[in-house]
Design a protein around this ligand. Structure first.
Ligand code: SAH
Length: 216
């Protein structure tokens, strides 16, 4: 069982987050409390505290910590919120959301990633996360509406079913773009009459793909 990073490594990790614009005390506190090393396996585990994306199983990636922080910050999660994440991946982002929200639902099209993430949630005692195998483009109608929705794979446009599953006043953060290289992180807020859109920053995510993965 890993013991987590040395205090100096942890300080550097938090310093890197702050210097890249993650300033929200609640977000920093949540990130301090979740050991990224638990979500990265094999050769790359020793780089878990560097501010870089890393490969995980099924050809996917765990996002760069500062991007996780900036997305979480933009989502403005409240302690009573019900949150949907699309793209469980390693489970790292979901674990951070779980420290900030009442309940987190997270979906991935790879059964193996969901299985492995669940095992880590259990080891960490995170009991308010439900991870489900599914095509997140359709959201999770049986648990809708959501206060917050975070998409961690890039779509051409914000998927319609996700917009429909957002509460009035609710916020969705999603990377959008036509190609693998040019994507923009956007923040969408549902109003009484429609949606307000704002651009946050350029990003690079794996694509949001249709259907379940065939290889598990
Ligand atoms: N949030 C993750 C990183 C996500 S990587 C973390 O903290 O580690 C993007 C993930 O989105 C991948 O695991 C990929 O399998 C998943 N994905 C892509 N398209 C999807 C879809 N339509 N529905 C659900 N998950 C999807």
């Amino acid at each position: 069982m890993s013991v987590g990073p040395a205090p100096e490594t942890k300080m550097q990790f938090l310093f890197a987050l702050r210097s890249r614009g993650v300033t929200d005390a609640r977000v920093l506190n949540a990130m301090e409390g979740i050991d990224r090393g638990r979500f990265v396996r094999g050769l790359f585990a020793e780089r878990a505290y560097e501010d870089m994306p890393l490969p995980i199983a099924c050809g996917q990636t765990i996002s760069q910590p500062s991007i996780v922080g900036l997305m979480t910050q933009a989502l403005q999660v409240n302690p009573r919120d019900k949150v949907l994440e699309v793209g469980t991946g390693s489970g790292y982002q979901a674990a951070i959301l779980a420290r900030l929200a009442r309940r987190v639902y997270t979906l991935d099209r790879h059964a193996r990633l969901v299985r492995e993430a669940c095992a880590v949630f259990e080891q960490l005692g995170l009991t308010n996360i439900t991870a489900i195998v599914g095509d997140g483009s359709y959201g999770l109608p049986e648990q809708a509406l959501f206060d917050r929705i975070l998409v961690t794979a890039a779509a051409e446009d914000p998927p319609g079913p996700l917009l429909a599953q957002l509460k009035i006043g609710g916020i969705m953060v999603v990377p959008v773009g036509q190609s693998d290289t040019v994507q923009t992180l956007i923040r969408v807020q549902r109003t009484e009459t429609g949606f307000d859109y704002g651009e946050l920053r350029p990003v690079r995510f794996v694509p949001l793909l249709a259907g379940l993965a065939k290889d598990g």
